[in-house]
Design a protein around this ligand. Structure first.
Ligand code: SAH
Length: 239
């Protein structure tokens, strides 16, 4: 898979258009703001954050990347949308937090920096990419043996369609219409198959529940809508 083909310009355009409001806790990224502490805790519990070298694929405006850096990680954030990256850089500067933000495809980063990271994160991004398995393979190359890779995405179920598209985009208008495309949602079994093919081992899989009225996020055993999965790259001889 060549780097140039694994990007959908229409998807990037959606995020360019929303870039200015990335850090507005009442804007389109409100659900990500509300989910962020939970996501950070999940990653910290499975992989640690302080002192870890981390690359965040599809970092956007930097909600997760900056959060991880604030907890002591040495973070590189990559994305292919320029506007969100500019916002990420400005916000980190204002917050006095150091993050290395770059306009780079995951596949290119994997060629440049194989096995260079203790942790690779890629949250809410796979469902916007033409060939997500190529991103998973790049993540597996970026992480060092013994390191951890964390993904989150939306499941392709009727419940996810009802909540993430009908509910969030049409009824509650939390997200602009067209933010998500159902056909691009990813079943956990598909993610696990791509990860296994890339040499990763599943560590944990958990659902994320979001109550938009109370603005509360929690982990749940039910992966029908949004879920987090962590994987490890085995040390040679372990697998
Ligand atoms: N991971 C962040 C942002 C999620 S929004 C978070 O969870 O807080 C999805 C991000 O994926 C956007 O910033 C968008 O620009 C990025 N993206 C979409 N397609 C991409 C691609 N092919 N390569 C890199 N980033 C991409």
């Amino acid at each position: 898979m060549s780097v140039q083909t694994n990007v959908d310009p229409a998807e990037l355009a959606k995020f360019e258009a929303m870039a200015q409001r990335w850090w507005d806790p009442a804007g389109e990224f409100r659900p990500l703001h509300d989910l962020n502490p939970l996501r950070l805790d999940f990653i910290e519990a499975r992989a640690g954050l302080a002192g870890r070298r981390i690359i965040d694929i599809g970092c956007g405006g930097g909600l997760l990347a900056e959060g991880m850096a604030a907890r002591g990680a040495q973070v590189t954030g990559i994305d292919l949308a320029e506007g969100p990256l500019q916002i990420a850089k400005l916000h980190a500067l204002e917050a006095g937090i150091s993050v290395d933000y770059r306009l780079e495809a995951a596949e290119a980063a994997a060629e440049r920096l194989p096995a260079a990271f203790d942790v690779v994160t890629c949250l809410e991004m796979l469902e916007h990419v033409p060939t997500p398995s190529s991103i998973v393979a790049a993540a597996a190359r970026l992480v060092r043996p013994g390191g951890t890779v964390v993904f989150s995405t939306l499941n392709r179920t009727p419940k996810a369609f009802a909540m993430a598209i009908v509910g969030a985009e049409y009824v509650l208008k939390l997200l602009p219409r067209g933010t998500h495309e159902y056909a691009r949602f990813i079943r956990p079994s598909e993610l696990m198959r791509w990860a296994r093919a890339a040499g990763l081992e599943l560590q944990s899989l958990t659902g994320m529940d979001y109550d938009p009225f109370r603005r509360r996020a929690s982990l749940t055993g039910n992966t029908a809508v949004n879920y987090l999965a962590s994987f490890t790259r085995p040390v040679a001889g372990d697998a």
